[in-house]
Ligand binder design. Sequence first.
Ligand code: HEM
Length: 499
Amino acid sequence: STRKSSLPPGPGRLPIIGSVHRLPFGYQQHAFLDWKKTYGDIIYLEIFNKPAVVLNSAKVMQELLDKRGSKYSGRPRSVLISEMIGMTNNVTILPYGDQWRRQRRWFQTAFQSASALESYVPLQRCESVRLLSGILDAWQSTQDKASRDVGKEVFSGVKRYVGALMMQIAYGHSVASLDDEFVVLSERALAGTLEAATSVASLVDFFPFLRYLPPWLPGAGFLTKVAEVHELVRVMIDVPYERVQASIAKGAARPCFLTSLLDEYAKDGKMSAYDEADVKGAANIVYGAGTDTTATVLTAFLLAIVLHPEALKKAQAEIDSVVGTERLPELGDRQSLPYFDVLLKEVYRWHPPVPLVIPRLVTEEDTYRSYTIPAGSVVMPNIWAITRDPECYPDADAFRPERFLSSTPEPDPRGFAFGFGRRSCPGQAFGDSSVWLAAARIVAAFDVTKAHDPATGAEVSFQPKFASGMISHVMPFPFEVQPRSERVGRLIRELETEA
Ligand code: HEM
């Protein structure tokens, strides 16, 4: 009973279900922030039989996840996604241990070394030109009165841009459209996984014996769906791997993340089953980890400039004066564009793409502020709560890039939007620079505005919407694009032929 009384405060718990009755189905980050008023910045709950802790301030996240990383860097066991659906060798959910350490090193080499990041710049430049050219096509189609939805086309272009970067880096595979075979395999398996992970199916994470129920039993139908998705995931992992192996055999493989791992681990074309599964799993997660996250920041950026035309105008004026209109912005211009940089910072703060990060597991009992944090607790860091904390960000609901320009600038949201400590995102620098380049080039080349009603010419107003879920996708919204000049249109077409 002493131990119970020293747990952090939290909502009431019932036998068997714990605090589940208090948890909303979606947008949990909002409920957790609400709870902060009653319980403070560290909250204890129980989800069925598992202890869980919500962290609700930057201070507590830094103190536990950064400074006490040796106890807070686990991930909860995922019976459904890992053991049943088959994403077994997925670095994002691997337990804190040797296999994770080895894969983490591979990601650090591929995404954090200066030489690797430098080697991706030509790819980022080339794919960002293709993105601009797709936006120009979408605009052209509206001029030709072909009824196409510009917003939808631009969203698809953004997804293709990021997907193409990730597939090229992972497998040396070029992606011309979202109908690409590897992209379709990945999207089908990832969407299937989301569909299979219903709340009923997720119960197996708490009561693993449920996986052995016969599928014909009422309520156990999810097991059939899970078996189908397991097959989709196997194909998503195996097909690109086998294709690269075949290219290597023909001497036609392009150097990539996978070929560099095969160079290191395959001796005379042979590898242990353990190494092979690990290498396959790591290459596969490059697309899954990098695509939706990066695309969400870019679509949130588009939403922000549509809602805040004055910010778009300021960014355009800055780019025009520093870069001029004869060329597009390059990554090397970043230091010379301070307003554009704070505009992007404000996008990360205003809409953090992964609001609850990826849950952690406490691997050893801990004591913090006289509270006991039991070993085995699932930790949910609520990034949303930091972005709306008036102590860090006065007038937190307002979109105000200037908050980062004052003599006492507010904290850089990139310090938490990519997570914390040992499990923080290894793709941060690459994701951030891919967002920067595409966003700066769109701003330099296009006016992006609210859509207009064709009958009245009036602006179409809308309410921005964000999906619930681990990644908070920006829901499509109506908008228009217009090249800023004929000259920039010609420039994009010229660069496209070189790309
Ligand atoms: C702007 C884009 C991105 C955002 C906002 C983002 C965000 C995140 C977040 C919040 C986490 C969880 C960190 C934690 O638990 O503390 C994470 C993990 C991870 N991210 Fe990213 N990410 C982005 C791009 C990328 C890219 C381009 C890659 C490259 C493949 C990548 C690979 C990973 C991996 C492998 C992990 C798991 C790390 C581990 O568990 O050790 N991410 N990311």
